[in-house]
Design a protein around this ligand. Structure first.
Ligand code: PFF
Length: 459
């Protein structure tokens, strides 16, 4: 049996976009994007983030799809096959390690969203003011046991879906759920933008004040472009390997990138007007969404039901992302070591869950313990998002731009010459320059800028 027939794959065009968008759209858009935007001063940060998405994220996604679909293998196997045994496979290996780190803390926050479904069901926020809602959040995440139980529940769901393979679980779930989430966010936008004092939030999002942006902010914007598009860690290589040969990779990547960016911006529009209207600190950190949105629900007729529904969808959006992270590890163990899928899934999920426990305890009992000067949660996040993922993306860009023959790339992007439309051909030309020069140089510049390499010039 040929490899292609044997591999489980996405069954339809919409299935691929839904699954890849399901991976991209998750806590990164609705939880992380708003809080790091708040911490980094708003609009100027968003502009840098959008530039990173367009110049680096989109081309790297095309590159990762190309690698995966060409090689028909997991992240490590793909580099190994196309790189003819050279050191490129280390790029895939880096991805597998990054997957462990990210899912460790992602599972913790996803667990919080399950608890918020339960809070919503119990109508817990309805009579609360800003201070009380914020206390409720702080009290919950600092508990030693409960958040870990929710983390375990979430990881069990994730394993369950990965366990049963690609097509059925992922595809069906994403197709229905993501559009629903969009509708709910739009409703929240409308309410948030009509709150008293909402314009301050709007300005915060769209009027850049460059003085608020630091070198760290620029690095965070770059890191978040990778995080939100699920890049630089083999996810889109692995998913690319499941994309059928007749799909257009460039347009698929484009659709996913647009969907992801729109959801993030709409989430910001739901949150910041409320942040300013209710007097929440924009830089409040990981609790921002959990403290702000319950108050918006309090202001909406039917907010009780919307809040339940919203947190269920948020948990599910997290699920369609977490399965894509676990899939990187499982596909690797399955294909490279012939470890049975269910053993690989359960084993990897167990290790990842254990790795996540200190990040949860870091909000309470272990709050004094630091790693490189950060609590566990920030240490994992900053290491993975701001360093490992951009590095993984850099490797993918260099590999596709320079490491393999351009003929191969072009063949893959035109589906063996089948796609001859002008738009596709122009897009491929632009892609060639971006992936060879602009994306790698931009990542290097941000790294060097953060390291202070340009201080002498700027000062
Ligand atoms: N892109 C996801 C989000 O924004 O929530 C998170 C993520 C998924 C990161 C898959 C990395 C990944 F490989």
């Amino acid at each position: 049996m040929s490899n292609e027939v044997k591999r489980d794959g996405f069954g339809s065009k919409i299935g691929i976009i839904a699954a890849a968008a399901g991976s991209a759209i998750g806590l990164g858009n609705i939880w992380k994007f708003p809080y790091i935007t708040g911490e980094n001063g708003g609009a100027a940060f968003i502009l840098v983030y959008l530039i990173c998405i367009a110049l680096i994220g989109l081309p790297v996604m095309v590159a990762e799809f190309t690698i995966g679909r060409r090689a028909q293998k997991n992240a490590v196997g793909s580099y190994r096959t196309l790189g003819s045994g050279g050191p490129w496979f280390l790029g895939g290996f880096l991805g597998v390690i990054t997957a462990f780190i990210i899912l460790a803390y992602y599972g913790v926050v996803a667990g919080w969203t399950i608890k918020y479904v339960i809070f919503s069901l119990g109508n817990n926020f309805s009579a609360m003011n800003t201070g009380e809602i914020s206390e409720l959040f702080g009290d919950f995440i600092s508990r030693p046991v409960e958040p870990i139980i929710y983390q375990i529940i979430f990881m069990a769901f994730t394993s369950f879906i990965v366990f049963f393979g690609i097509k059925t679980g992922i595809e069906r779930a994403s197709k229905i759920l993501m559009p629903l989430l969009l509708v709910l966010i739009l409703l929240l936008d409308i309410r948030a933008l009509t709150l008293p004092g909402a314009s301050a939030g709007f300005n915060f999002l769209f009027k850049p004040e460059w003085s608020r942006l630091s070198a760290t902010g620029v690095l965070e914007a770059l890191g978040h472009a990778f995080f939100t598009l699920s890049l630089g860690m083999g996810t889109m290589i692995t998913y690319g390997s499941y994309i059928r040969k007749k799909e257009n990779l460039v347009s698929t990547a484009f659709s996913v990138t647009i969907a992801d960016t729109v959801i993030a911006l709409l989430a910001g529009l739901a949150i910041f007007p409320a942040v300013f209207s209710f007097g929440v600190e924009p830089g409040a950190g990981p609790g921002l969404v959990f403290v702000t949105l319950p108050q918006v629900f309090n202001q909406i007729t039917g907010g009780y039901f919307m809040s339940i529904f919203f947190f269920i969808l948020l948990a599910l959006a997290a699920l369609t992302s977490s399965i894509s992270i676990l899939e990187v590890v499982v596909a690797y163990l399955d294909e490279e070591f012939k470890i049975k899928r269910h053993v690989a899934t359960i084993g990897a999920a167990a290790v990842i869950t254990l790795m996540g426990i200190p990040t949860s305890l870091g909000f309470g009992k272990m709050s004094g313990v630091t790693l490189f000067g950060y609590n566990f949660f920030d240490a994992y996040d900053k290491l993975a998002s701001n360093f490992l993922m951009p590095l993984g993306g850099l490797v993918a860009a260099l590999f596709v731009g320079w490491g393999i023959k351009w003929d191969i790339v072009e063949d893959e992007l035109t589906n063996g010459g089948e796609l001859k439309g002008k738009v596709t051909l122009v897009a491929i030309k632009i892609f060639k320059h971006t992936i060879r020069f602009i994306a790698p140089v931009a990542v290097l510049i941000v790294f060097l800028y953060k390291l202070g390499a340009f201080n002498a010039i700027i000062a």
